[in-house]
Design a protein around this ligand. Structure first.
Ligand SMILES: [Fe+2]
Ligand SMILES: [Fe+2]
Length: 209
């Protein structure tokens, strides 16, 4: 079947297509007017930040069973609680819905999309559990079960690194091939930031009552 989705250049998608050289990618982006893709740029930037988070959590894990570095732990807790939720929201409310509409036969199947959603849910849950344990350790002034905390930290950052690597290698290049700036005409980074700030303040208010 011939793929007629906007931004496609071939019949269906072959896995090799997403591993483009940077000059080829730039050319395709220019063809599709993708330079204005704030959403994809935001996701890419957040992946870099998440890699930093993973490195930070690895340092905490490597340092166990020594006492936690309080500053590092606090930064880890904040990032685990806030930034992952923000990132998953950005992908699940904006990127994946629009990408799903533009997929061609042979692109990501429904099973793969389900798998991504399940990974997002599992990572969010593990992020909160890990943040809870770090908070508890800070409150008590010691890590009561360093093996368990190390296991949780490693479980989280190893899964996240795999997920991010896969999205960077497959999903974002596919999005650049299949989507055009028009697909994101209603997306605004500023409005997204406002809605996330609003959700966070509602959650903080709820948690106080
Ligand atoms: Fe994701
Ligand atoms: Fe992501």
């Amino acid at each position: 079947m011939l793929c007629t989705n906007r931004g496609s250049h071939s019949m269906g998608w072959r896995s090799g297509e997403v591993f483009l050289s940077s000059s080829e990618m730039t050319r395709k982006c220019q063809q599709n007017n993708l330079e204005s893709y704030d959403l994809l740029t935001s996701i890419q930037k957040e992946h870099r930040s998440e890699r930093n988070l993973c490195d930070m959590l690895e340092r905490i894990a490597d340092n166990l069973p020594e006492p936690l570095d309080a500053d590092l732990a606090r930064t880890g807790i904040f990032t685990l609680r806030r930034c992952l939720k923000r990132h998953v929201t950005l992908e699940e409310e904006y990127l994946y819905p629009v990408l799903t509409k533009r997929l061609c036969p042979g692109d990501l199947g429904e099973n793969m999309l389900d798998h991504i959603r399940r990974e997002h849910a599992a990572d969010e849950s593990l992020a909160h559990d890990t943040a809870d344990q770090l908070e508890l350790a800070l409150e008590r002034g010691r890590v009561e079960n360093p093996e368990m905390l190390g296991y949780m930290l490693r479980g989280f950052f190893e899964c996240r690194r795999r997920h991010i690597a896969w999205e960077d290698a497959i999903v974002l290049p596919l999005a650049r091939l299949r989507l055009s700036a028009k697909d994101f005409s209603t997306f605004s980074v500023e409005k997204f930031e406002e809605s996330i700030a609003m959700k966070s303040s509602v959650e903080i208010t709820r948690s106080r009552f």
